[in-house]
Design a protein around this ligand. Structure first.
Ligand SMILES: Nc1ncnc2c1ncn2[C@@H]1O[C@H](COP(=O)(O)OP(=O)(O)OP(=O)(O)O)[C@@H](O)[C@H]1O
Length: 771
């Protein structure tokens, strides 16, 4: 079954070459107990290592079941060691941090045997060597003889064809030696056992065949075999260790060094804690800045108003009226300037194209948009018996801003708190806006038909309050030249109860958020612009509007319009038409930028409209917020980067530290590497074992770092609140946490990579010799 053909092997150290095997020719039987005797240095161990595939021969051939090993690759040798041969060493070579069962299972673990099968085979083998009582012990808790029995059980469990024993009783007393020899002899009845020994008596008593070595040659063979019987079906199954096994192996190793691992994890987590805290603070400050910015922009939206407007040019954003060449000129001259010219008088004329241009604004930079129209929607309130118009002079009725893509709720829910009820789901639903004290002016309450004499009103009594919207043709009736409200008395209950009215109701009560302070919507009633559009759509074809378009007097009062055109308060036909709902174009458009960067983008966009237009066609906007400067997020980013760079240094330190720790671990586990290799582990598997160790340490330190950072944000927030009044500034973004965990993991694996590679390159014979 096993044939050594002229095997030669020599070692060169410096200039000196030592021939260890000098042409060995031996044929072995399938099952026999062969003892190799010889003086020290005669090449016995080398021969055993060559047979076991731990060491490679220089020339000749090792034939296993008729198969030459000349062209064996590394992986073939690994598989051969795992499937066909097994070693029993003088110094037992058990893995100290694994229990007896785990040690016995290791060879099978490498060959991928299922865990149940592996376990039962291991228990059987341990029973066979008489150690069933001790299966959960660690090797250090056993006597020498017991340890050698475990090594024999490990050899048996994998069911190899060849067992190679290198002075198995060398470290044992004579009585224990005999017991071990009995055990080996028993095994040899079914397997090929090759044992190297210094003890000729043991060889005589137990071995079937004794071979003598001298100077690397066979000088005597008690029972040579001439012809080989070949088992043609011989095939080697490749081995592979799963990452889970590697993790388990390293986990158990780490468990024996809990303190060292814990300290390493703490030390290497410091960098992660630093970066996590910096990120959570900058994240929090960024949020505070942007909420402060959008809060202040909420009170100063960009506005575009139709008609003639007079304003200071520094508020109009556009600079087409600017005279000076630029601020901070270099010239040594004083320039004259006319302050009166700074005042801009311009007539903005809205067109449908302009309205569409506005609607195409990027919704990311625009938090909300609102249109105010000077339309007088005919809204009636009623107590059941009487009805009257809601007096728009007493209560603010405004349209609430919406997202440009039409989602009103997201704008409102960003800046307002819903105190009761729901956000409007249709244009028929209205919102009641209260100030930060939950107040509403008594005259507004009266106008809305609420109990203004009461000191307080419960929310539930307001939610669901109904109003009626009356369309122009129902609301106005013509009497000769003029129009008046279609009712015989001051009580408009008939009009209120008419069929063609539109029901409106208050669906919710809102108040501006605390961080926003005062906000865009004044206390009063807020409706959606869709309601106004619906009303106007109907009103523009109504009789009163048609009559007003023709008449040169106010059809509601009969008054002739005044000629004076530059009086901004004069009642003009356009104004009356607008209040009657003749114009689909709004009076004012308010744009609420998301932040200062967003504002810059919007102003550029608005300037874009004016490009290539004549001055009188241009549309100018008012930018009240130009008076407040935005805090630059850039400064924050800069500081964050510098701080991260500092914290990164500690990460590099931990990278080096992990490298050193893994290196020490490789040194400590040299013997284990040898055992694993002897059991058939591939180089890759050894790398895997150490990579698994760094993965465990990296994950621990990453998780620890994030946990510590998270815990530290609590006192940091308390201190910051105390010092600055800002609440909840430090806030770790979960995405950053995941990112940092990945960084910690990659850095530790990187740090351990070189030592892990070193471990895999170790010569198994030398590794086994390590103390
Ligand atoms: N890795 C090595 N590098 C250099 N020389 C080596 C190496 N391994 C073995 N040798 C040499 O090869 C020769 C054979 O050594 P080997 O260990 O096989 O002898 P042995 O018969 O097993 O001896 P012992 O009974 O003392 O264990 C010795 O002279 C030894 O010094």
């Amino acid at each position: 079954m096993l044939q050594l053909k002229n095997i030669k092997k020599s070692y060169t150290t410096g200039e000196f070459t030592q021939v260890a095997l000098d042409g060995i020719n031996i044929n072995f039987r399938e099952s026999e107990f062969v003892a190799i005797l010889g003086q020290s240095g005669s090449g016995k161990t080398t021969c055993l290592n060559v047979i076991g595939g731990l060491d490679q021969y220089d020339s000749g051939d090792l034939i296993i079941n008729g198969k030459s090993t000349k062209d064996f690759e590394d992986s073939d040798w690994d598989a051969y060691r795992n499937n066909s041969v097994v070693f029993i060493f003088q110094s037992y070579n058990l893995i100290s941090h694994l229990s007896l069962v785990d040690n016995v299972e290791m060879g099978m673990t490498l060959s991928g045997v299922s865990s149940a099968e592996k376990h039962s085979k291991a228990i059987n083998a341990l029973e066979r060597v008489g150690l069933e009582q001790h299966i959960h012990k660690k090797p250090s808790q056993l006597s020498g003889g017991q340890m050698q029995r475990v090594a024999i059980a490990r050899a048996l469990a994998n069911d190899p064809d060849i067992i190679l024993a290198d002075e198995p009783t060398g470290a044992l007393d004579s009585q224990t030696s005999e017991q071990i020899m009995e055990l080996i002899k028993e095994i040899a009845a079914e397997k090929l056992v090759i044992m190297v020994t210094h003890n000729p008596e043991l060889a005589e008593v137990y071995a079937d065949r004794v071979i003598h070595f001298k100077d690397g040659r066979v000088v005597e063979d008690s029972m040579p075999l001439a012809n080989q019987r070949v088992n043609e079906n011989y095939e080697i199954k490749k081995t592979s260790m799963s990452f889970a096994t590697a993790l388990k192996l390293s986990g158990k190793n780490i468990a024996t060094k809990k303190w060292r691992t814990a300290l390493t994890a703490v030390a290497s987590s410091i960098g992660i804690v630093g970066i996590a805290l910096i990120l959570s603070l900058s994240n929090g400050f960024d949020k505070k800045i942007s909420s402060y910015e959008s809060g202040s922009l909420l009170n100063f939206p960009l506005t575009v108003t139709q008609g003639i407007s007079t304003s200071m040019s520094n508020m109009t954003g556009t600079d087409f009226f600017k005279e000076a060449e630029g601020a901070y000129p270099e010239e040594s001259k004083v320039f004259s300037h006319d302050a009166a010219k700074e005042v801009v008088v311009h007539n903005n004329i809205f067109t449908d194209e302009f309205m569409n241009y506005i609607k195409k604004l990027d919704s990311k930079v625009l938090d909300g948009i609102s249109y105010s129209r000077n339309v007088n929607m005919n809204i009636l309130k009623s107590d059941g018996k009487t009805a009257s118009a809601v007096n728009t002079g007493s209560v603010n009725i405004t349209s609430f801003p919406t997202k440009i893509d039409g989602d009103s709720e997201s704008y409102l829910s960003n800046y307002y708190e819903l105190l009761a009820g729901d956000y409007p789901k249709s244009e028929n639903e209205l919102l009641l806006v209260v100030d930060k004290f939950n107040q509403l002016d008594v005259s507004a309450m009266e106008a809305l038909g609420l109990d203004y004499k009461a000191k307080e009103i419960n929310f539930e009594d307001i939610i669901g309050k109904e109003y009626k919207l009356i369309l122009n043709d129902n609301y106005y009736k013509q009497k000769g030249e003029t129009f008046s409200i279609n009712s015989d008395s001051a009580n408009l209950i008939d009009l209120y109860n008419e069929k063609d009215t539109i029901n409106l109701k208050i669906s919710g009560i809102i108040r501006a958020n605390e961080d926003v302070g005062s906000a865009a919507l004044p206390a009063g009633l807020a409706y959606s612009d869709t309601l106004a559009e619906f009303f106007i759509d109907n009103a523009k074809d109504s009789n009163i509007v048609k009559a007003q378009e023709k008449a040169d007097y106010n059809v509601l009062t009969g008054e002739v319009f005044s000629e004076v055109s530059d009086n901004p308060y004069a009642v003009t036909r356009e104004k009356v038409l607008m209040s009657l709902g003749a114009s689909v174009l709004p009076n004012t458009i308010s744009l609420y930028p998301s932040d200062f960067t967003g504002k810059d983008i919007i102003t550029k966009y608005l300037d874009g409209w004016n490009k290539n237009l004549n001055d009188d066609e241009k549309i100018i906007y008012t930018d009240m917020s130009s008076l407040i400067t935005g805090l630059s997020g850039g400064i924050m980013d800069g500081i964050t980067l510098v701080l991260i760079a500092f914290a990164a240094i500690s990460l590099v330190v931990s990278l080096i530290m992990i490298g050193i720790i893994t290196y020490i671990s490789v040194m400590e586990r040299t013997k284990e590497i040898g055992v694993l290799r002897a059991l058939g582990a591939r180089k890759k598997d050894v790398t895997r074992v150490f990579n698994a160790e760094t993965v465990i340490i990296g994950t621990c330190s990453g998780l620890l770092g994030i946990l510590l950072a998270f815990i530290l944000t609590i006192p940091i927030n308390i201190v910051l609140e105390h010092l600055t009044g800002l609440t909840g500034v430090a806030e770790l973004n979960p995405l950053h946490a995941v990112l940092l965990l990945t960084i910690s993991l990659s850095l530790t694996v990187l740090g351990g990579f070189i030592p892990a590679k070193m471990a895999s390159k170790m010569n198994p014979v030398e590794a086994l010799r390590a103390d």
